[in-house]
Design a protein around this ligand. Sequence first.
Ligand SMILES: Cc1cc2nc3c(=O)[nH]c(=O)nc-3n(C[C@H](O)[C@H](O)[C@H](O)COP(=O)(O)OP(=O)(O)OC[C@H]3O[C@@H](n4cnc5c(N)ncnc54)[C@H](O)[C@@H]3O)c2cc1C
Length: 343
Amino acid sequence: MVRLARRLWDDAQRDAGYAVLTPTPHLDLGPRDDPNFRAVVASGATELAPTGIAPRPAWAEAFRVPEGWAAASSELGGVIKATKAVAMFQALAAKMGAVVRDRTEVIDVAKQGEGTKIVVKTSSGEKFHGAKCIITVGAWTSKLVKSVTGFDLPVQPLHTLLCYWKLKPGHKRELTTEAGFPTFSSYGDPCIYSTPSMEYPGLIKIAMHGGPPCDPDSRGWTIGTGEGVGGLADPVARWIDEVMPGHVDTAGGPVLRQACTYSMTPDEDFVIDFLGGEEFGRDVVVGAGFSGHGFKMGPAIGRILAELVLDGESTTAAEAGVELTHFRIGRFDGDPMGNATSS
Ligand SMILES: Cc1cc2nc3c(=O)[nH]c(=O)nc-3n(C[C@H](O)[C@H](O)[C@H](O)COP(=O)(O)OP(=O)(O)OC[C@H]3O[C@@H](n4cnc5c(N)ncnc54)[C@H](O)[C@@H]3O)c2cc1C
């Protein structure tokens, strides 16, 4: 799916006439036998040789890979300017005839009478009629699906924290996208991810994947923002000091903290499926539970959702070798852990 998404990002940027994605290398690292790390190596990432054994990219020297760990790189990293990317897709959609309605809260999706029409109701009392419907409401998915069908879709909102850290003098250029520094993911506990210094010169984003459960309608905005127990920045600081010593200033904590919400499934795999049931059949599709790694897949997921609801199947997914059974809601039938049980 990463490869399909990259091709579709390129197509969209070409159609828009400007770029939203800055390609970078990508580094994965973690305990040698970690299943996520093994999976990225199996998908084509190349294991980095230890220092002094073979030529390594210059940026590899920023990392001190712990004993028993391994590292692997690929060319499929990148930093996406999220706001600009959403605006790009809205502009492209409008050019194709779509009508974009911001600040319009959907409160119900229903089938009208015996017919095939779907009626979408909003909190302002408006009704929209159509043959098909795609639901993509992020952290609000389980609430909306529950109120529409009564079904408990296991998409749990989590409160998470983005952290930006100051680069130490002498390393400000070295860790930038221009210098070819990679995005990276570090597996194990804690799971850490990062993008190179780009949007705030002199700062690098390094954060922990995950956080405590929350209600998206009544969030405690300061949860985890402090120091000490429960602080979402402390595990990141410890990881930096161990794995990237000397490059990032952790002494005063992160200089920027931003609270954010994940929509997490029990197996951290997406939900891309028909809502199903007698009422909706194959006329309503849901895309949700992107578990902190969905943005980069946006164009691929959008294309697949549209094909599913219009044609009943996705030829794009089939041609790209993307196995959609992985993302079915039915994986949780009788097994609350879904794909995590079989992997
Ligand atoms: C801190 C953080 C870091 C992340 N880093 C990465 C990363 O490095 N790479 C990556 O690929 N992904 C990343 N993600 C994940 C990525 O942002 C999500 O996977 C992606 O945004 C999910 O898209 P979505 O459309 O499901 O939900 P959202 O982007 O949340 O969009 C859902 C939209 O639906 C709207 N909505 C909700 N309820 C209703 C309603 N009733 N009616 C109408 N509209 C409604 C919401 O207002 C929102 O605009 C990160 C997420 C966070 C929080």
